[in-house]
Write a protein that binds this ligand. Structure first.
Ligand SMILES: Cc1ncc(COP(=O)(O)O)c(C=O)c1O
Length: 424
């Protein structure tokens, strides 16, 4: 009889549901998870350093989230309308998020960033969006464009790195280098009359913003009548309860959320000032600047109950000290292990995120990440996977959660030391 992994290879392209690119011999099928561990269908245990690509910041099967979901299940799973759970969650997001006076829910981060971009176009009447090279905003056109350009064109030309994108991507998306305010300002000065919004991951992938970068973006976009969009799908609730806005002290016009908000359940949200959000009011249907929003499962009571419980967990004393402390411990440990092995590499990240880039130069943007030895990075990730660390070898960013502790980080560092032996 075919194994679970063989069956997965048959039914799913490359045996996965997207973006894992594991060699078939490493491919597994997951049976269950608890805390920061998961078990495959053969009952092999893995330390999880992917945590559902960061969506399960609370930890797998966190009791508060399980209880909230279990309480809601017998009361119905979707009404495609406001429920007590979505109302309470919306009120809490508006309270915690500096940029949000009003919100709407959807079912994923991809939708949330798409809606923010559309709102920028609807509000300004301008056609273009500027993104940063190497940034991911979900599988929509902007998120994929110039995500991994092999031979990046000159700025601000976009590179549709994948097939199937709309041809207008070439015309309507501009690309700037992250952390390079001067070049970005030049692009804004030249093209600002056509740019509706600038979308940025405040912490791009695993690369923190340099001092003044986000502040400079805020000032330049405001001066040019361009809306600044923070994609907080990763940073939201992870760097601080109020996300990157609170942590870096910069408030955008629009913000997109997803991942950790849902406590592991599907969710997306976007918000901004009430005056901007008014463009989605259905009583404006027919107005030239009205923007269509509809998400069948957005704000469903199961996801919003889970999210309400997750936010309750995040509000507990010491959450962010713990997440930042663990991240620092992990990054410092990685540097120590690399140094002891006499390997030249950069360890990047902030908060509960860490990544190793095999480069002798500091990493500040996509091109400096790309100068790193990607083959070595992938070999290391696969080596860790072989040693029972569940991670995404394409993403290479490691996610910690509230279920991780110093001991688990120590276990990871032992396996890292061992795996580095294979990498050479
Ligand atoms: C910064 C960022 N934005 C948006 C998304 C898309 O979120 P989703 O996969 O929920 O559509 C991701 C997903 O990894 C992300 O990392």
């Amino acid at each position: 009889m075919a194994s679970f992994s063989e069956r997965a290879q048959n039914v799913f392209p490359a045996g996965s549901n997207g973006e894992f690119n594991l060699p078939p011999e490493l491919s597994i099928v997951i049976a269950r998870g608890e805390g920061c561990r998961l078990w495959d269908s053969g009952d092999r245990e893995f330390l999880d350093f992917s945590m559902g690509w960061g969506s399960v910041l609370v930890g797998h099967a966190r009791p508060e989230v399980v209880a909230a979901v279990t309480a809601q299940v017998p009361n119905g799973s979707n009404f495609a309308y406001v429920t007590e759970q979505s109302l309470a969650l919306g009120e809490e997001i508006v309270r915690l998020s500096p940029a949000c006076e009003q919100v709407r829910f959807c079912a994923s981060g991809t939708e949330a960033t798409m809606y923010c971009q559309r709102l920028a176009r609807a509000k300004t009447g301008k056609p273009k969006i500027l993104k940063f090279e190497g940034a991911y905003h979900g599988a929509n056109e902007t998120g994929v464009t110039s995500l991994f350009p092999a031979d990046p064109p000159d700025f601000p030309e976009p590179d549709p790195i994948a097939g199937g994108l709309a041809h207008k991507v070439k015309r309507d998306i501009l690309v700037a280098p992250y952390n390079d305010l001067e070049t970005t300002q030049k692009i804004l000065a030249e093209h600002g009359h056509e740019i509706a919004g600038v979308i940025v991951e405040p912490l791009q992938r695993c690369t923190p913003p340099e001092a003044g970068f986000l502040e400079g973006l805020r000032a330049a976009t405001r001066a040019a009548g361009i809306l600044l969009i923070f994609d907080e799908v990763v940073t939201g609730f992870r760097l601080a309860y109020g996300g990157a806005q609170e942590y870096y002290g910069v408030v955008p016009d629009l913000v997109a959320y997803g991942k950790a908000l849902g406590g592991g359940y599907p969710i997306g949200a976007f918000g901004g000032p009430a005056e901007l959000m008014a463009l989605v009011r259905e009583d404006r249907l027919g107005d030239p600047d009205y923007m269509w929003v509809a998400s069948t499962l957005g704000g469903n009571p199961i996801s919003t109950a889970a999210a309400g419980a997750a936010l309750g967990v995040f509000r507990q004393d010491g959450t962010y000290e713990r997440l930042h402390g663990l991240g620092e411990t992990l990054r410092a440990g990685m540097r120590r292990v690399l140094r002891d092995r006499q390997m030249t590499a950069q360890v990047i990240g902030d908060g509960p995120l860490a990544q190793i880039v095999f480069s002798d130069r500091p990493v500040r943007d996509y091109r400096s990440t790309q100068r790193g030895d990607g083959a070595k990075g992938r070999a290391l990730m696969l080596g860790l996977f072989r040693r029972g660390v569940f991670l995404n070898p394409m993403g290479t960013k490691l996610y910690l959660s509230l279920a991780h502790d110093e001991k688990v980080c120590g276990e990871l560092l032992d396996r890292l030391d061992d795996a580095l032996g294979d990498v050479g």
